[in-house]
Ligand binder design. Structure first.
Ligand SMILES: O=C(O)[C@H](O)COP(=O)(O)O
Length: 306
């Protein structure tokens, strides 16, 4: 078998893989991300590498791939890719910008609705059993509440449009944005103090690492809901667990974690914590978004190698 020109180390929509395979010898093995040696040897002659968020594209890995020309990223976060090392080696990096944004925006709205109103939808058994738990099932409304967005890029703006349609007031903080039709821009402290639901849409950088520590969480409303679909590491998980347990915060939905899958310490910290939803880094992944993301990256790789 010819050594692969294209290596795909995490899951990708099969029709997009097939398009790559028609043109170039392609190794598609979603398990490669967990087999560093196999990944290195697959890359020996590869011109393209396609990853999601778990494959660490480090300088060391790039050194094992001397023919590499392009990295396709099946998502938008770039914290698993050493961009400087790619640049130094002339390796282009293509994220799937915009292709999973609707999936994340819908997740944020669903998580907020779930936190406010979700209890009612778990009443099926009680209702079948002849109970009528109307008090326990009473929730809250999105309309009239304030959605705070930290970061006001594409995903946050799509979330804002949906929230506005539900009657919410939208506020945002983004040092890169000076004008926004969809939101009132506020300083960070004012955003923390005013949001009923606060959703994070910033990358993990030195400036955002650990930003939501005990102090920041303490400056939010006591009944506020925090939603993190951005990156683990922005929220201090132990401090969040403590705040929820102590009733200093209303609830949280976390899709991303400092270590994924959760390590034992984080799992212990979250044990028995009330009003907490944990999901496995899935906000941006739906059947539709996987198709869009994969098609976009197949196109980018084919074009780069043409
Ligand atoms: O950065 C992203 O777009 C999200 O983390 C989803 O990425 P993934 O689906 O490629 O893991």
């Amino acid at each position: 078998m010819a050594p692969p020109t294209v290596v795909v180390s995490e899951f990708m929509d099969e029709p997009a893989v097939a398009r790559l395979s028609q043109v170039h010898p392609t190794t598609y093995d979603p398990g490669l991300v967990d087999q560093p040696e196999a990944l290195q040897s697959a890359l020996a002659g590869a011109r393209a590498l396609v990853v999601r968020n778990r494959t660490q594209v480090t300088a060391e890995l790039l050194d094992q791939a001397p023919a590499l020309e392009v990295v396709g990223r099946l998502g938008v976060g770039l914290d698993n890719i050493d961009m400087a090392a790619c640049k130094a080696r002339g390796v282009a990096v293509h994220p799937a910008r915009g292709a999973n944004a609707d999936a994340v925006a819908e997740y944020v709205i669903a998580a907020a609705l779930q936190m406010l109103r979700g209890g009612a939808f778990f009443a099926t058994e009680a209702v079948q059993a002849g109970e009528w738990p109307r008090d326990a099932c009473q929730g809250g409304e999105m309309a009239g509440r304030t959605l705070g967005l930290l970061g006001f890029g594409d995903i946050a703006q799509r979330t804002a449009r949906r929230a506005r349609a539900l009657g919410m007031t939208i506020i945002a903080h983004d040092p890169m944005v000076t004008e926004a039709a969809e939101a009132t821009l506020l300083p960070f402290d004012a955003l923390l103090a005013a949001a009923d639901i606060l959703s994070l849409h910033v990358p993990l950088t030195d400036a955002t690492r650990g930003l939501f520590d005990a102090d920041a969480l303490g400056r939010m409303k006591r009944d506020a809901i925090l939603i993190n679909t951005a990156r683990g590491g922005i929220v201090d998980e132990a401090a969040l667990a403590e705040a929820l347990k102590a009733g200093r915060l209303g609830g949280a939905a976390l899709d991303v974690f400092a270590v994924e899958p959760l390590d034992a310490e984080a799992a212990r910290a979250f044990q028995g914590v009330p009003n907490l939803i944990l999901t496995p880094h899935i906000a941006g992944v739906t059947a539709e978004s996987n198709e869009r993301v994969s098609a976009m990256i197949a196109d980018a790789v084919l074009e780069a190698l043409a």
